[in-house]
Ligand binder design. Structure first.
Ligand SMILES: Cc1ncc(C[n+]2csc(CCOP(=O)(O)OP(=O)(O)O)c2C)c(N)n1
Ligand SMILES: [Mg+2]
Length: 554
C-alpha cells in the first residue's frame, strides 16, 4: 500500500464522500488512490473554488469538507478562500501536494513553505513527515477542524511520502472514533448560573456563533428560544447588529440588560459590546471554546461588573446542556413576553414601500428580486439560499430566507457564492439552491458553471447586474462625492449568455414582472442557471435609524 492509499482510505473511513480538487503533478497518485477508496473527486476550474466548495460542504453536510490541491501555485491559489471559512467557523481540511521532503532546500519543482502560507488562515497547518503516519495525520486534521470552534486545517503531503510503499505491519488507517471531535461541555453549575441570570433579566438576548447557522446549530437556536422565550439572535454578516436581515433590531438592542454570547466572539460586528450599540449598563455572559476569545471579550468590556461570567466550553454541547436544563422548567421574568415580542417585531421590520418597490424597465428594484427569490423558495420542500457580499447581496438577504443558508459570512470575502451553490447542490441533491450575487462577485468563479454542468449540480444564480462594484462606489459617493466616484464601473455584460456558453441555462430580465417566470423556467431547466437582472444601483438597505456600518465592511 502507498502512502497515498493510507490518505485516501483514512478519508473514506472518516466518512468523506466528495473531494473538491484541481489536479497537478503532486497529487495524481491521490487521484489514483481515490479510485479504490471510493472517493468522488469533484474537479473544479480554480483552486479557490475547491476550497470554497469544501467550506460550503462543511457548513451544510455536518462533516468537514475536503479540498485537495496541487503544491506551490495550486496551494497558493487556494489559500485565499480559507479566509471566509475561518471567519464562518466552517470545518474543512485542505490537503495540498508538496515537493518531496528529500528535495527540500534544493529549489525543487514548486517548492514552497506551504504550511507557513496557510497558517494564519487555519486552526492548524503543518507538513506530514512520515508515510506510516499519514492515516493518523488525516484523523488529527479532521479532529482539529471539528473540535471547539470549527474551522479550516491544512496538511501538506510531500510526494515522496505519498508514493512510498508502507509495510503491512506499519500502516494504519485509524478507527472511526479517531476522527471525532473532542467535546468540552458546560458544567452543571455553570448551566444553572447562566439560566438563573437569564431568568432574572428583564430584557435578555442570546447571541449565537456562526457555527449555529445550519443543521443542529439552527435547531438548537430555535429550541432554546422556544424553551426559554428569550430571543436567540444570529448574524454572520460583517454588518453585525446592523445586518439588514435583522430588520430594525439595532434600534432595540441598546435596551437589552443581559447578553449571553453563545460561542460568539465579542468582535467588531458586535461593536465590542460598547455603546451606542449596547447599553452602558448592559451585562454580558461569555461562553466560548477559546481562552483567547474570552480574554479579548474581557479586554473589550474592561469591567467585571458588566462581563459577569465567562465559561470555556464548546458552543454546541453548551447549547445542548442549556436546552436540556431549560426544558425542565424556565421561570421567565415578568415582562419577558413583551420584550420578546418587541424583538420579534424589530427583526421582522421591512419598510412597507419595499412591497411595491417601484421598478423601471432596465432598473429593477433589488427588493423586487429578493422578494421573487423568497416566493420561489417558500414553495420548495427543501431549499438552500446562498448569499454573496456587495449591496445587492444585502438586499437579497434582507428579503429572502431559507431553512439552510450560507453566506460569505463574517469574513466578507466576495465571489464565493457560485462554488458555494455547486457544493450545496452536491450535498443536498434534492434541494432547490438559489445563489444571490452582484455582477462583480459573479466574475470570480464564472467558470464553475462548467463544473456544475459537468457534475450535474443545477442551481439558480440570481444576478443583480448594476454594471458596477456598487458597494465600493457607494463608499466613494459617501466619502469623496460624485465627481470623484471613479474606477468602480463595469460593463453591462451579458452573463446569461456566458452561462449558456458554459452549458447552463441563461436568461436576461429587465422588468420586475418577468422575475417569477424566469425563476420557474430556470429551476425547471435542470441546468445550472443564471438570471441576469438589470437592477437599479441602490445603496444597501439600512433599516435601523441608529446603527452605522462598521468602517470598510460590506
Ligand atoms: C475578496 C474580496 N475582494 C474585494 C472585496 C471588497 N468588496 C466588497 S463588496 C464589493 C463590490 C461587489 O460588487 P458586486 O458583486 O457587483 O455587488 P454590488 O455591490 O454591485 O451589488 C467589493 C469590491 C471583498 N469584500 N472581498
Ligand atoms: Mg454590481
Amino acid at each position: 500500500m502507498r502512502g497515498a492509499d493510507l490518505v485516501a482510505r483514512s478519508l473514506a473511513r472518516a466518512g468523506a464522500r466528495k473531494v473538491f480538487s484541481l489536479s497537478g503533478n503532486h497529487i495524481m497518485v491521490l487521484y489514483d488512490a481515490a479510485l479504490d477508496a471510493g472517493l468522488d473527486i469533484v474537479h473544479v476550474r480554480h483552486e479557490g473554488a475547491a476550497v470554497h466548495m469544501a467550506d460550503a460542504w462543511g457548513r451544510i453536510a455536518g462533516e468537514p469538507g475536503i479540498a485537495l490541491l496541487t503544491g506551490g501555485p495550486g496551494h497558493a491559489n487556494g489559500v485565499g478562500a480559507l479566509y471566509n471559512a475561518l471567519a464562518a467557523e466552517s470545518p474543512l481540511v485542505l490537503l495540498s501536494g508538496h515537493a518531496p521532503l528529500a528535495q527540500l532546500g534544493t529549489d525543487a519543482f514548486q517548492e514552497m513553505r506551504q504550511a507557513e502560507v496557510a497558517a494564519p488562515l487555519c486552526k492548524a497547518s503543518w507538513t506530514a513527515q512520515r508515510a506510516t503516519d499519514l492515516g493518523d495525520e488525516i484523523a488529527h486534521a479532521i479532529r482539529i477542524a471539528t473540535t471547539g470552534r470549527p474551522g479550516p486545517v491544512h496538511l501538506s503531503l510531500p510526494t515522496d511520502l505519498l508514493e512510498s510503499q508502507v509495510a503491512d505491519g506499519a500502516r494504519r488507517v485509524p478507527e472511526a472514533i479517531a476522527y471525532r471531535p473532542e467535546r468540552r461541555g458546560l458544567d452543571d453549575s455553570a448551566v444553572r448560573a447562566v439560566l438563573h441570570a437569564l431568568a432574572q433579566a428583564l430584557r435578555p438576548v442570546i447571541v449565537a456563533a456562526p457555527s449555529f447557522a445550519n443543521g443542529r446549530g439552527r435547531t438548537l437556536r430555535e429550541a432554546i428560544a422556544a424553551a426559554t422565550g428569550i430571543p436567540v439572535l444570529f448574524t454572520e454578516s460583517p454588518r453585525g447588529t446592523a445586518d439588514p436581515a435583522l430588520g430594525a433590531l439595532a434600534d432595540l438592542l441598546p435596551q437589552a440588560d443581559l447578553v449571553v454570547l453563545l460561542g460568539r466572539k465579542l468582535d467588531f460586528s458586535l461593536r465590542f459590546g460598547r455603546p451606542p450599540a449596547f447599553g452602558a449598563q448592559c451585562r454580558f455572559i461569555h461562553i466560548d471554546p477559546d481562552a483567547e476569545s474570552l480574554r479579548r471579550a474581557m479586554a473589550a468590556i474592561g469591567d467585571s461588573t458588566r462581563l459577569v461570567a465567562s465559561a470555556q466550553a464548546d458552543p454546541l454541547p453548551a447549547a445542548e446542556a442549556l436546552l436540556a436544563q431549560a426544558q425542565r422548567g424556565f421561570p421567565a421574568a415578568a415582562g419577558l413576553a413583551e420584550w420578546s415580542d418587541a424583538v420579534r417585531e424589530a427583526l421582522a421590520y421591512r419598510p412597507a414601500e419595499w412591497r411595491n418597490a417601484a421598478s423601471s424597465p432596465g432598473a429593477v428594484h433589488p427588493a423586487a428580486v429578493g422578494s421573487a427569490v423568497a416566493r420561489a423558495l417558500a414553495s420548495r420542500a427543501e431549499a438552500v439560499l446562498v448569499g454573496d457580499g456587495g449591496e445587492f447581496g444585502q438586499w437579497a438577504m434582507a428579503c429572502a430566507s431559507a431553512a439552510t443558508r450560507i453566506t460569505n459570512g463574517p469574513g466578507g470575502g466576495i465571489g464565493c457564492s457560485i462554488p458555494y451553490a455547486v457544493a450545496a447542490r452536491l450535498a443536498r441533491p434534492d434541494a432547490t439552491v438559489v445563489a444571490t450575487l452582484g455582477d462583480g462577485a459573479f466574475g470570480f468563479h464564472l467558470a464553475e458553471f462548467e463544473t456544475a454542468a459537468r457534475c450535474g449540480a443545477p442551481f439558480v444564480a440570481m444576478l443583480g447586474n448594476d454594471a458596477r462594484w456598487n458597494a465600493e462606489r457607494q463608499i466613494q459617493l459617501r466619502h469623496y462625492g460624485e465627481a470623484r466616484a471613479r474606477g468602480c464601473e463595469l460593463l453591462p455584460a451579458r452573463y446569461d449568455l456566458a452561462v449558456q456558453a458554459l452549458g447552463g441555462h441563461g436568461e436576461r430580465v429587465t422588468r420586475a414582472e418577468e422575475l417569477d417566470g424566469a425563476i420557474g423556467r430556470a429551476i425547471a431547466s435542470g441546468k445550472p442557471a443564471c438570471i441576469d437582472v438589470s437592477i437599479a444601483p441602490l445603496a444597501a438597505p439600512m433599516l435601523s435609524r441608529t446603527a452605522l456600518p462598521p468602517g470598510g465592511a460590506h
